[in-house]
Design a protein around this ligand. Structure first.
Ligand code: UDP
Length: 389
């Protein structure tokens, strides 16, 4: 396929690519976005399924941010609805408890009846195993919540999710999850604004890419020859793949999604009408599944009533066992994968006059949507300044 001559080539129509494309186009730069998939929106792609319910094909995307610039920017391109994401953890006994861990979780697990955050804090202090500088996820958790809570809520889940033990995982992965001693039961920090696009992410991406200076070509894989004709390239493709894996492979975890459709009156616990409606349940047992989503419980996801409900269970696996679908860069405690990545950044610095790597796969970072947007806004601004557009 020929790319638009003298345009900026953007590889990948996910968050990173679409934000770059929009910023550049608004500064009068012609861009050509290519994506090997047959749809835009990357892993945020959503569509309405046969049950009349919007489903995110690559797992639930819950937008949350504390970044005012990002918030203002996304709101220019779609209408959004406030949403408070709440999750319940299902214990092996079937009991549902608050996740992230809070005072109610502590009471449920230890059979206590604490009513204040101070009591919760005091209890955690008693059961924690102090470690001055935690060097992995196990030490970090042990030093904050002790062994029992760690083994119940984090050990089997993390093993399923990452394929490694807590001892071998970077603490930064677990630090994403707040640990609380009050009764707050929102999944994300309360300082974040949580919103969902009224018409879905795909519609939001259509708006982003709807600009006379943006051309989008789907079902189009990147080819090195494309670089010869373009003004510059921003690539969200895996950086190791671009360099033919010459510095080694950067591993990823992937997810197999198991969808099921259930008649409305056969919907069972935990989503039966008699249980509070949490859209996501995390499974703490050692089954292959980490979590399950009930899509109709997310705002505007029930598009038309068919008297059926769609549920999606997630089964993590190595990306090589899932058609090389890269979802999560693996941050091990030894930092080995980051070392490999740094070798690739050295190579990419030599190519910086013609190509930059962006997004989760381009920069091998475990990034949330708002972080990708923020980095992309900054990156696009810098490029525009340097190129005096
Ligand atoms: N985690 C866990 N138990 C849970 C939820 C999370 O052990 O019930 C750990 C797990 O290692 C997971 C990490 O915390 O990968 C980060 O969780 P988060 O929900 O932020 O992951 P994401 O939504 O990005 O998949």
């Amino acid at each position: 396929m020929n790319v638009e001559r003298r345009s900026v080539l953007i590889v990948g129509a996910g968050f990173a690519g679409a934000v770059y494309a929009r910023c550049l186009a608004e500064a009068d730069v012609r861009v050509h976005v290519i994506d090997k998939r047959s749809h835009i929106a990357g892993n945020a792609f959503d569509e309405t399924g046969p049950d009349g319910i919007r489903v995110h094909r690559y797992g639930p995307h819950l937008f949350h941010t504390a970044n005012e610039r990002v918030l203002a920017w996304v709101q220019k391109y779609a209408h959004w609805t406030s949403f408070t994401h709440r999750v319940r953890a299902q214990l092996p006994s079937g009991v549902l408890t608050a996740m992230p861990i809070n005072l109610d979780t502590i009471n449920a697990v230890f059979g206590t009846a604490f009513s204040t955050s101070d009591q919760g804090k005091e209890h955690l202090k008693k059961i924690a195993i102090p470690v001055a500088n935690p060097s992995n996820a196990a030490e970090y958790l042990g030093s904050r919540i002790g062994t029992l809570l760690t083994d119940l809520f984090f050990r089997p889940y993390t093993k399923k999710m990452w394929g490694v033990n807590l001892e071998d995982l970077s603490a930064s992965v677990i630090k994403r999850i707040p640990l609380r001693t009050d009764q707050t039961d929102t999944y994300f920090p309360t300082s974040d604004t949580q919103i969902m696009p009224n018409l879905g992410y795909t519609s939001f991406f259509k708006n982003l890419l709807d600009h006379p200076l943006i051309k989008v070509s789907l079902d189009t894989s990147f080819d090195q020859a494309m670089l010869s004709d373009v003004r510059y390239c921003f690539a969200s493709m895996p950086i190791d793949e671009f360099y033919n894996f010459r510095e080694g492979e950067l591993p990823y975890r992937s997810i197999r999604f198991h969808h099921r459709s259930v008649e409305i009156d056969k919907v069972e616990a935990p989503w039966s009408p008699f249980v509070l409606p949490y859209s996501v349940i995390n499974y703490t047992d050692s089954s292959p599944y980490t979590r399950e989503t009930a899509w109709h419980l997310m705002p505007n996801h029930l598009e038309h009533e068919t008297y059926r409900r769609t549920f999606t269970r997630e089964e993590p696996c190595d990306y090589r066992d899932n058609f090389m679908e890269r979802y999560y860069p693996v941050k091990t405690a030894d930092g080995l994968n980051e070392k490999i990545y740094r070798r690739y950044t050295c190579l990419s610095e030599l190519d910086a006059s013609r190509i930059s790597f962006i997004g989760r796969c381009g920069t091998y970072q475990y990034l949330d949507m708002d972080q990708v947007i923020n980095q992309s806004l900054t990156g696009a601004e810098k490029w525009l300044q340097a190129n005096r557009c």
